[in-house]
Ligand binder design. Structure first.
Ligand code: COA
Ligand code: AMP
Length: 630
């Protein structure tokens, strides 16, 4: 069957399609019904089934006689180490950690925050939670204590599992002070913390609260897998929204297993036993879906890569890993390829490695610019597949399904809608638009299994953020169009979310931080074009009356403040002082217009602008720091 047959078979009977896909999952009790529409527009999938995610990701492969296959490769150029863990070893490690957690009272439904870098223990911790039916919430290491505290207060974890440190090129990132700071700041206090000591930084443990990763597990009896309902939350992953409060995206267990397993062959074209590599971080959705769960559920070998595309030690690192471990499908963000291209423009380092195992490169997380795609195609000589998805969906909304049919690549498009997704381009009133017309991208409800059923403890926010603007649809927050062949084009966000080096960030969150600076009366943060990172945040500050300290000093403090409050990952490096901000007559700041000015793009003067003269002042301010050069 080609792509259109598969897509049509889904469309003709979505429930039968997903029930058939569910056959590839081991159920403790097979679901009788795929979709539960009783609480529409809140839908759930496979909720009468009983299942365990860890069993499907680990134990079942051991039971099937594949215990000796390598499940996970930890390739860590930043520490100069390489470890391989078989499925049997992974099962033992996960079962023991789960046993120790259970002995300390962690049960089905309890939340556990995981704050760890790219070490195998992070995956072991995720799977141990899944084994018990506990709900994990992994927090990316590049976030500051304050962000961790916000997540602690929102999901109220019984335990936190953290590493002593992470390693960024040139510096050791100390996790313990961040963890301690976050727990001090948070109202909710976890009952205990499990600390994985790394040799790069051994930290003192807090009496009565912290336990050592190894000591705590010593003598623990391995735990069995706890069956959970298909709709039971597997994890909560916080992502940026319009405001400073992150959204806790919930992933339900059953649909997650079914959908991810389906994508491994149909989208990424890998067979069980083959090596799949997503060079991302466990703190992001790509890490959840395609470093941890997807490849393991499908019986692939996954790679936990602790390094960067460049500088660890050179821009040939990706190619070295692909050659060393015979990677068949490789997934990363366009930014990472841009970073490699910048340092090795001719791709000469490719020549040092045997990349014959590699069959495709997949890109997602941000817009893939044509230059990057063409360059990667040229130097790697494999299809370069852009695909579009979000933390909320957990797997691709649009892709070129390499295991179904290798469709022609149209550069600039992540290709076509995947089964499960009826994608529509809508105008402001919610009417479908014609091919080629730009509008809001929405997905007809119900969303497929594996996508978010809700936000953690925030149903109203879920309804308002996604389901209200276009009744009957999920609002993606992206704008774009579709062509006559059904290929999608993702052009921009419709909200205040920006994408910096493939990391999704909220300008609203940064504005909240800047507004707390005593000298800042009002501010706006915009995402301006950046050659390497796609977008970079830039702050425009109006100072309070009477403040006459040097502007550079205040801007510098603002940069420090964002790093302290949100974290280095925000990459907030620039701010400029302005007298006024352009607004509509109703007081809405015209951020998109300022972005256009900064990036030298043509724009239409907004009809509702209060005072057009302000735009000239903004242009001058932006020019003073190297933007809007015209
Ligand atoms: N823990 C602590 N700090 C982290 C971190 C982590 N896990 N990840 C990033 N940071 C820090 C970086 O050290 C950097 O700090 P600095 O300001 O002191 O230099 C800051 O956060 C910004 O990081 P980043 O945006 O990653 O920029 P960079 O300049 O360090 O590296 C790239 C640039 C392109 C190499 C890097 O962004 C990259 O590999 N991008 C790929 C993105 C990706 O995989 N995204 C996942 C979605 S698929
Ligand atoms: P995240 O939730 O971090 O995965 O970010 C999701 C957002 O990143 C999407 O809503 C898009 O704005 C953007 N994005 C992800 N993949 C792509 C892509 N292939 N092309 C364009 N934008 C993308």
């Amino acid at each position: 069957m080609g792509y259109s047959d598969v897509y049509q078979s889904w469309k003709a009977d979505p429930e039968a399609f997903w029930m058939a896909a569910a056959d590839s999952i081991d159920w403790v009790r097979k679901p009788i019904r795929a979709l539960n529409p009783d609480k529409a527009p809140l839908y759930s999938w496979f909720d009468d089934g009983l299942v365990n995610a860890c069993w499907n990701a680990v134990d079942r492969h051991v039971e099937a006689g594949r215990g000796a296959q390598v499940a996970l490769i930890h390739d860590s150029p930043v520490t100069g180490t390489l470890h391989k863990i078989t499925y049997a070893e992974l099962r033992n490690r996960v079962a023991t950690l789960a046993g120790a957690l259970r002995d300390k009272g962690v049960e089905k439904g309890d939340r556990v925050i995981i704050y760890m870098p790219m070490v195998p223990e992070a995956i072991v911790a995720m799977l141990a939670c899944a084994r018990l039916g506990a709900i994990h919430s992994v927090v990316f290491g590049g976030f500051a204590a304050n962000e961790l505290a916000v997540r602690i207060d929102d999901c109220k974890p019984k335990a936190i599992i953290a590493a002593s440190c992470g390693i960024e090129p040139g510096r050791v990132v100390q996790y313990k002070p961040l963890l301690d700071g976050a727990i001090d700041q948070a109202e909710h206090k976890p009952e205990f913390c499990v600390i994985f000591q790394r040799e790069q930084q051994v930290v003192p443990l807090e009496d009565g609260r912290d336990v050592d990763w190894h000591g705590f597990q010593y003598g623990a009896a391995p735990a069995d897998c706890v069956p959970v309902e298909g709709s039971h939350p597997a994890y909560i992953l916080y992502t940026s929204g319009t405001t400073g409060a992150p959204k806790g995206v919930v992933r339900a267990t059953g649909g997650h297993l079914v959908a991810l397993n389906w994508t491994m062959k149909n989208v990424y074209d890998v067979e069980p036993g083959e090596v799949f590599w997503a060079a991302s971080d466990v703190g992001w959705v790509v890490g959840h879906s395609y470093i941890c769960y997807g490849p393991l559920i499908h019986g692939n070998t996954t790679i936990v890569f602790e390094g960067k595309p460049v500088g660890t030690p050179d821009p040939g690192t990706f190619w070295r890993v692909i050659a060393d471990h015979k990677v068949k499908s490789f997934f990363t963000a366009p930014t990472a390829i841009r970073a490699v291209k910048k340092e090795d423009p001719k791709g000469e380092l490719v020549g040092n490695y045997d990349l014959s195992s590699l069959k495709a490169l997949f890109l997602a997380g941000e817009r893939a610019d044509p230059d990057t795609i063409e360059w990667a195609q040229r130097i790697l000589n494999v299809p370069v597949i852009d695909h579009w998805w979000q933390t909320e969906t957990g797997f691709a909304i649009a892709a070129n399904p390499m295991g179904v049919e290798k469709l022609p690549v149209k550069i600039g498009s992540p290709s076509v809608a995947m089964p499960g997704y009826e994608v529509q381009i809508l105008d402001e009133a919610g009417h479908p638009m014609k091919p080629g017309e730009l509008g809001a991208i929405a997905i007809k409800l119900p969303l497929p299994p594996g996508t978010l059923p809700n936000l953690w403890n925030a149903e109203d926010r879920f309804l308002k953020s996604y389901l209200t603007t276009f009744p009957g649809y999920y609002e993606t927050g992206d704008a774009g169009m579709v062509d006559e062949d059904g290929y999608l084009y993702i052009m921009a966000r419709t909200d205040d979310v920006i994408n910096v080096a493939g990391h999704r960030l909220s300008t609203g969150a940064m504005e909240e931080v800047l507004a707390a600076h005593p000298d800042v009366a009002e501010c706006a943060v915009i995402g301006v074009a950046d050659d390497l990172k796609g977008q970079a945040p830039l702050g425009l500050l109006i100072l309070s009356k009477g403040v006459n300290r040097p502007h550079e000093e205040i801007c510098g403090e603002c940069v420090t403040l964002v790093r302290e409050k949100i974290g280095p990952v925000a990459a907030f490096k620039r701010a400029v002082v302005v007298d006024r901000l352009p607004k509509t007559r109703s007081g809405k700041i015209l951020r998109a217009t300022m972005v256009k000015i900064a990036d030298n793009q043509d724009f239409k003067l907004p009809a509702t602008i209060d005072d057009p003269a302000i735009l000239d002042e903004i242009r001058a301010a932006l020019q003073s720091i190297g933007y809007a050069k015209g």
